[in-house]
Design a binder for this molecule. Structure first.
Ligand code: MN
Length: 221
């Protein structure tokens, strides 16, 4: 085989720790579900009864591991947290494990895009916009079907729900996604946020938790 060099250094592999292992989970694509908890759909001014699953994507380079300090991003005055269950895929339909993620959103840019029917990309897919905890293998994870999901900002509880309030369950999300794309090993799915989203400022620390999974903690500077 002829070894080829690259004209520029190839991008590094983005990965997440795997709980209880020295192995890493290499991240491929990131899919995110919009409008997956009725009370969050309502707080955003939507009608949960008429919703269908909507999907958007983030680049894998938006991943930030737990414990990081994140610079407050440019082009926003309204950076919102969204605590979410993250599903790590081992194949087209096979789940590798679970994590806890933050779907960080420049809400002012999203609102402007929604108003004009324009794409959400710059509101969702920006540097450091997808913090994620370590991944727990399914075989090592407890039953999380009714687990509590919470987010605190500087110690104050902001979001609180349970995973059984998701409009679409994990298996349904995977089935819906596979109608449109072919999921593959390494893909992450951010499964939507419950009610209580709000703004984070520089100097504040977010901690997201789902019972039985590792926490995600990031500090904005
Ligand atoms: Mn979200």
């Amino acid at each position: 085989m002829v070894m080829r060099n690259y004209g520029i250094p190839p991008a590094p592999i983005v990965s997440l720790p795997i709980t209880g292992s020295s192995d890493l989970f290499p991240v491929r694509r990131i899919y995110c579900v919009g409008r997956n908890y009725a009370d969050h759909v309502r707080e955003m001014g939507g009608d949960p009864n008429r919703s269908t699953p909507i999907f958007f994507t983030k680049s894998r380079e938006t991943i930030v591991q737990s414990g990081a300090k994140i610079p407050y991003p440019p082009q926003t005055k309204n950076l919102h947290y969204e605590i979410e269950l993250v599903v790590a895929m081992a194949g087209e339909t096979e789940v590798f494990g679970y994590g806890v993620g933050l779907d960080m959103t420049r809400r002012d840019l999203q609102a402007a895009a929604k108003k004009k029917g324009k794409p959400w990309d710059m509101a969702k897919n920006f540097c450091n916009s997808a913090p994620c905890s370590a991944v727990v293998r399914v075989i090592d994870a407890p039953d999380i079907s009714t687990a509590k999901i919470t987010l605190t900002n500087n110690g104050t509880l902001k979001q609180k729900s349970t995973l059984n309030k998701m409009i679409w369950r994990v298996d349904e999300i995977i089935a819906h996604l596979n109608k449109t794309v072919t999921l593959a090993a390494g893909d992450l799915i951010y499964t939507g946020t419950p009610e209580g989203v709000g703004a984070v400022q520089a100097g504040e620390t977010l901690i997201g938790k789902i019972d039985g999974l590792p926490e995600i903690k990031v500090a904005y500077v």
